[in-house]
Design a binder for this molecule. Structure first.
Ligand code: UDX
Length: 435
């Protein structure tokens, strides 16, 4: 099939290349010239495991082209909208500017029978509102939310755990679902679960899933707060409750909490939209979920102060990790970078290390000092904070690191290190939610 993909960020770029890998002819469009140039030369414009390999695999087929010209979508029969919906500067609601621009930009190039497929995360009601514009061009709008996790984007796109379509009532909806079935013929043939529903449900599925995940993380972090005052160990607690299949151990890792380009802004946009619909009370608990999450960052700063005898000013603090999670260079709403910035503002001499995210972090928090060499970053540190659980940090030899630092204090913001190994090597070990 001939497909267009509008928006080539973490979602769209991987989607475009994956669709080409599935055998489709794909044209990708983005306004960012540098990003298009990078993709055109077969280089990933961001760090995502397996993406470079995917690009070189599809590069040889000639099935993927990228451009800044929207008119290049003409002739494609299916058009994916993969642009961002960040939090608005003036409140919690999602900024729909890019989605609206993408759809209105597509409309003049649509042919009757085309299918426009929204993948961006949008407030419920958006698809119904945009549908009229698409239908006026003789095309049909489908909402097909994306559930990929950064760090696993290629695998999640090629082998998703479910495929959801929100379609309009009637014949047009049935036909559009059939067209998407052809697009996803390979994953569907693997027996992947499929839910075909209305627009509102499809939109809600995405925010409900992210709200559930955020709630699960904040639940265990609330238990961490209790463990801290009562003298418990949240990691053992998570193991124990996780054995209950109804609860499950996944997404019960206590620590600095959630960040990134999705969970924080999606729960806020959900609250804002529910308020508009007069159902704010139904998701008011998400405000608490957000607050628990933010409190973890304060607690980390507080704990660092405690370890450094109540005074961070002038102390050398090494922060390991800037990305919002490992295997990503994404620093959007990164808990690690936020804690580093707070410590810097409090007067600490902060040095940040990250295997992939230093360039993005420097753009976002230019006042901090960045060090790409781990040995140099650790040298002379009064405290070492592990704030993103890169494998690299989990594998650190505490004896080697102990010889470099000025004071052997480690703070494990992700409960990722082996506590006993670090204690045996002579370090003081502090973590969130553990004695
Ligand atoms: C998320 C959803 O998982 C994905 O389905 C959706 O499409 C987009 O949002 P992503 O933002 O890539 O994906 O990250 P995810 O793996 O969900 O992690 C989000 C944050 O939660 C990270 O900051 C991570 O460190 C944190 N987290 C995750 C925890 O603090 N504890 C956990 O147990 C799991």
């Amino acid at each position: 099939m001939w497909i267009s993909v509008v928006g080539l960020g973490y979602l769209g770029a991987v989607h475009a290349a994956s669709m080409a890998a599935l055998g489709h002819r794909v044209v990708g469009v983005d306004v960012d010239e540098a990003r298009v140039e990078s993709l055109a030369s077969g280089r990933a414009p961001f760090f995502e495991p397996g993406f470079d390999e995917l690009l070189s695999q599809v590069g040889g087929t000639g099935r993927l082209s990228v451009t800044t010209e929207t008119a290049a979508v003409e002739g494609a029969g299916v058009h994916f909208v993969c642009v961002g919906t960040p939090q608005r500067a003036d409140g919690y609601a999602a900024d729909l500017t890019y989605v609206e621009l993408a759809v209105s930009g597509l409309v003049p190039h649509l042919a009757p029978g085309d299918v426009v497929v929204g993948k961006s995360t949008v407030p419920v009601g958006t698809a119904a509102r945009l549908a009229a514009q698409v239908e006026a061009a003789g095309a049909t709008l489908v909402w097909n939310p994306e559930f990929l996790r950064e760090g696993f984007a290629v695998k999640d796109t090629l082998h998703p755990d479910r495929i959801v379509y929100g379609v309009p009532d009637g014949e047009a909806g049935v036909r559009a679902a059939g067209v998407l079935d052809e697009v996803y013929a390979t994953p569907l043939s693997e027996g992947i679960a499929q839910v075909v529903t209305d627009y509102a449900t499809a939109e809600l599925v995405k925010v409900a899933a992210n709200s559930f995940l955020a709630t699960k993380i904040s639940f265990i972090n609330a238990m961490a707060e209790l463990c801290e005052v009562a003298g418990g160990d949240v990691t053992r607690l998570a193991d124990a409750i996780g054995f209950d299949e109804r609860i499950g151990r996944k997404f019960l890792n206590a620590g600095l909490g959630f960040g990134g380009g999705c969970l924080p802004k999606d729960i806020r946009a959900f609250m804002a939209r529910a308020d508009e619909l007069g159902a704010g009370e139904a998701v008011a608990f998400l405000g608490e979920v957000d607050e628990i999450n933010t409190r973890r960052r304060h607690r980390m700063v507080e704990l660092t102060g405690q370890v450094l005898d109540g005074e961070v000013t002038g102390k050398r603090v090494t922060v390991l990790g800037a990305a919002f999670k490992p295997n990503s260079d994404d620093v959007r709403d990164s808990p690690a970078l936020d804690v580093a910035a707070r410590l810097g503002e409090a007067g600490a001499d902060v040095v940040v290390h990250d295997p992939q995210a230093i360039d993005n972090a420097r753009r976002k928090a230019p006042a901090l000092r960045y060090e790409p060499d781990l040995e140099t970053a650790l040298t002379g540190a009064d405290a070492v904070l592990v704030l993103t659980e890169w494998q690299h940090y989990k594998d650190l030899d505490p004896h080697w690191a102990g010889d470099l630092v000025a004071q052997a204090h480690v703070l494990d913001g992700r409960n990722a290190l082996d506590r006993d190994t670090w204690l045996t090597a002579g370090w003081t070990y502090r973590a969130l939610g553990r004695r």
